[in-house]
Design a binder for this molecule. Structure first.
Ligand code: PMP
Length: 398
C-alpha cells in the first residue's frame, strides 16, 4: 500500500537544530530556531504563567469537553487583546472570536472557511513569508500568490512594487494576508502610512484582509504593534484575524491562538461564525483547554496581568537591545557591509542580508547556525556569544 511513497525532505530549520545539537564546538551558536531565548539560551516558563498554572491546579474541577469554540469567556480575552479594550468594534458585536490550537490552527480554520465559502478567492502573501502559510492554504485548496515585499538591495521594504503588483493582479474577493507586526522571516514591518494605503486599497478593490498577529508585544508594545491592524479593522467591512499566544505568553507547546471574524453587522457575524464552527468541527472538533485557561487566568487577574505585561516588556527590550548591540559591534569589528538596518527591524527575526555562501561558511567554519535564507533568530544572541558572532561575521563578510 505504501511502497510507492517517497520520503519528503523535512523542514530545513529542523535539520539546522539537529546539526547544532550534534556540533561539539563549545563556541557554537544557534540562530535558527524561532522561539524566544533568554541570555542563558533558555526558554523558561514565564513567572505569570507558572502562577496561573498553580491556580488552575488548585481550582480546575473538570476535564470535560469545552465546545467547538473553546471556553466562552475566552472570546472577550481575544478581542480585548487584539482590538484593544474599549474598541467600539467590540461593542458593535460585528466581531466574533474563537479559541484555536495556536496561530497555525487559526490559519487552518481560516483557510478552510475561505476555501468552502469564498469561491475562487486567491490568497496573496508577502515574498517571503512564513513557510507554513503556503502549505496551510494549499492544503485547503486555496491558490496562493505572492506580492513583492523584501528588497535585498536595501534590506528594506519594496512597498511601491508591492502595491504595483497588487494593483495589477488582484481580483475582487481575493484575500490579502498581512503580518500585523514582527514580520516573519524578514523583521521588516509595514508602517502606519502603509496600513492606511492598504486599507483604502482593500476597500477600493473589494478584498478580504487576513491579518496574522503572531508576535504582539515583541515589536514596540502590545498596543503599538497592532495599531496598523486596528486602523484597518476600524475602516473596512470585513476582516479575519489569526492570532497566536505562543510567543507572548511563551506557551508554544500548549497550542493556543484565536481566530476573529468581522462582518458588516451582528447577524452577519453570527452567521459567518457558525460556519467557522463547522470548519473547526471537521478539523479537530475542539481546541485544547490548558493554554487558553492559563491566558484567561492571567488576563482576568490585574496583578498577574501586570506581571505578564512586564515579562513581555522584558522580552521585547532584550531583543531590541540586542539589535542595537549587534549593529554597534558589527560596525566596530570593521566589517565592510552596513548592518544598521538590523535595528530598524522588529520582532524575533532578522533578514541579515548574509548570502547563502556566507551562511554556509559561518556554519562549517565557525559553528554559527543561521538559516540558508540569512534569517537570524535574534534572541539566540547573548552577551556571552555576541563578540564571537560579530568577529566571525566580519571575517566571513570581509
Ligand atoms: N504566523 C507566523 C507568522 C508565525 O511565525 C507563527 C509561528 N512560527 C505562526 C503564525 C503560528 O504560531 P503557533 O505556534 O501559535 O501555531
Amino acid at each position: 500500500m505504501f511502497k510507492h511513497l517517497k520520503a519528503v525532505s523535512g523542514d530545513p530549520l529542523l535539520a539546522l537544530i539537529v546539526a547544532h545539537k550534534q556540533d561539539t564546538n563549545p563556541n557554537k551558536i544557534d540562530l535558527g530556531v524561532g522561539v524566544y531565548k533568554d541570555d542563558n539560551g533558555a526558554t523558561p516558563v514565564l513567572s505569570s504563567v507558572k502562577k496561573a498554572e498553580a491556580i488552575l491546579l488548585e481550582q480546575e474541577d473538570s476535564k470535560s469537553y469545552l465546545g467547538i469554540y473553546g471556553a466562552a469567556e475566552f472570546e472577550a480575552i481575544i478581542q480585548n487583546l487584539i482590538l484593544g479594550e474599549g474598541n467600539p468594534l467590540i461593542a458593535s458585536e460585528r466581531v466574533r472570536s474563537t479559541q484555536t490550537p495556536g496561530g497555525t490552527g487559526a490559519l487552518k480554520v481560516a483557510a478552510d472557511f475561505i476555501s468552502a465559502n469564498l469561491k475562487d478567492a486567491r490568497l496573496w502573501v508577502s515574498d517571503p513569508t512564513w513557510g507554513n502559510h503556503q502549505s496551510i492554504f494549499n492544503s485547503a485548496g486555496v491558490e496562493v500568490k505572492s506580492y513583492p515585499y523584501y528588497d535585498p538591495k536595501t534590506n528594506g521594504l519594496r512597498f511601491d512594487d508591492m502595491m504595483a503588483t497588487l494593483k495589477a493582479e488582484v481580483k475582487e474577493g481575493d484575500v490579502l494576508l498581512l503580518h500585523a507586526c514582527c514580520h516573519n522571516p524578514t523583521g521588516i514591518d509595514l508602517q502606519q502610512g502603509h496600513w492606511e494605503v492598504l486599507t483604502n486599497f482593500v476597500n477600493e478593490r473589494g478584498l478580504l484582509p487576513l491579518v496574522d498577529a503572531a508576535y504582539q508585544g515583541f515589536g514596540d508594545g502590545l498596543d503599538e504593534d497592532l495599531a496598523g491592524l486596528r486602523h484597518m479593522a476600524a475602516n473596512v467591512k470585513n476582516i479575519l484575524i489569526a492570532n497566536s499566544f505562543s510567543k507572548n505568553f511563551g506557551i508554544y507547546r500548549e497550542r493556543c491562538g484565536g481566530l476573529s471574524i468581522m462582518a458588516e453587522n451582528k447577524d452577519e457575524a453570527n452567521a459567518a461564525f457558525s460556519i467557522v464552527g463547522q470548519a473547526i468541527r471537521a478539523n479537530y472538533s475542539m481546541p485544547p483547554a490548558h493554554g487558553a485557561a492559563v491566558v484567561y487566568t492571567i488576563m482576568s487577574r490585574p496583578e498577574l496581568k501586570a506581571e505578564w505585561e512586564q515579562e513581555v516588556t522584558e522580552m521585547r527590550n532584550r531583543i531590541n537591545g540586542l539589535r542595537e548591540k549587534l549593529v554597534a559591534k558589527l560596525a566596530a569589528s570593521g566589517v565592510s557591509k552596513d548592518f544598521s538596518f538590523i535595528k530598524d527591524q522588529r520582532g524575533m527575526f532578522s533578514y541579515s542580508g548574509l548570502t547563502l555562501e556566507q551562511v554556509r561558511t559561518l556554519r562549517s567554519d565557525y559553528s554559527i547556525y543561521i538559516a540558508d535564507t540569512g534569517r537570524m533568530s535574534i534572541s539566540g544572541v547573548s552577551d556571552n556569544n555576541i563578540d564571537y558572532l560579530c568577529e566571525s561575521i566580519a571575517k566571513v563578510v570581509g
